[in-house]
Write a protein that binds this ligand. Structure first.
Ligand SMILES: [Zn+2]
Length: 283
């Protein structure tokens, strides 16, 4: 690991510590900047040397220095996860504008993943600005997706400027991925007379489509649904929960979006190779 890699990991760990604050305060509608963090048990302010990512948790044996109450495992997990994602993003895209935009996207997703896991909500205060941000960023980094070009050609717009194609891809991502969820949610509501997918999920997939475009947006839906079904149903079986137990679908979508953004193109070409080789073998 060279110096720049180490720097990305350290920034990731420190930002992860801030994301923990967002995860616990945003659902309570509290400021994420003031006041300084306190122990949820004894309400004593946490000293800066007890707030060093991962290290303090290990050093304190996972307990508050003053009242010895257990500190949630979620704190070091979020910090390590953020540090690792920062590292992988640097290894994949280097120190470019694309990496910084992706890291902003991933950080918002990490907050949403854990809020949905804890509270079963996906706050508008993250998803709505996220949709706008994804669209704004499409001007800087080009979204590589054939859908935008196809639509522009069929609209009779012949001059293909890179930003125009990318911006079209972002808009199509928001409306096609979000629209798909909106229709599925509507059908579910009509058939089952109960809400299966909330408005939060629709806005989240809209945000993901806005950053990644239609192709990777739908890949996210596919991976998220597979993960949700496999992990969710195993969890219900192992923990003996009711089949109607509400699963955090947003958490699965968030995780799937990170995977799609980092390895989506590889997954799609791997999949089409498998399909082609099956075809050649004559099945
Ligand atoms: Zn305490």
């Amino acid at each position: 690991m060279d110096l720049i890699q180490l720097l990305f990991v350290i920034i990731g760990l420190l930002l992860g510590s801030f994301l923990n604050v967002c995860i616990s305060r945003i659902p309570l509608c509290k400021s994420v900047i003031f006041p300084r963090s306190v122990c949820p048990s004894c309400s004593q302010q946490i000293k800066f040397y007890d707030n060093i990512p991962v290290i303090s948790f290990v050093f304190l044996g996972g307990r508050c220095r003053l009242c010895k109450a257990r500190i949630s495992w979620q704190y070091p997990v979020v910090e390590i996860l953020t540090g690792t994602i920062f590292w992988i993003t640097y290894l994949t895209y280097g120190a470019q504008v694309r990496s910084f935009i992706l890291l902003m996207f991933f950080s918002s997703l990490i907050v949403l993943i854990f809020i949905d896991l804890n509270e079963r909500i996906l706050p508008n205060i993250i998803t709505l600005p996220g949709i706008l941000l994804g669209t704004a960023c499409s001007f800087w980094i080009s979204i590589d997706d054939p859908t935008g070009l196809f639509v522009l050609k069929n609209l009779g717009i012949s001059e293909q400027l890179e930003w125009r194609v990318s911006f079209t891809n972002s808009l199509l991502g928001i409306f096609l991925c979000g629209g798909f969820f909106w229709i599925v949610a509507g059908i579910y509501l009509y058939l089952k007379k109960s809400e299966g997918m909330g408005g939060g999920d629709i806005k989240l997939i809209g945000m993901i489509g806005g950053f990644l475009g239609v192709k990777l947006g739908f890949l996210t839906i596919m991976i998220g649904s597979i993960l949700g079904t496999l992990i969710g149903l195993s969890f219900i079986k192992i923990m003996n929960k009711d089949i109607k137990y509400e699963l955090p679908f947003g958490s699965f979508l968030g995780g799937a979006a990170i995977v799609s953004a980092l390895w989506g193109q590889q997954i799609i070409s791997w999949y089409s190779n498998v399909v082609n080789s099956i075809r050649i073998q004559g099945f």
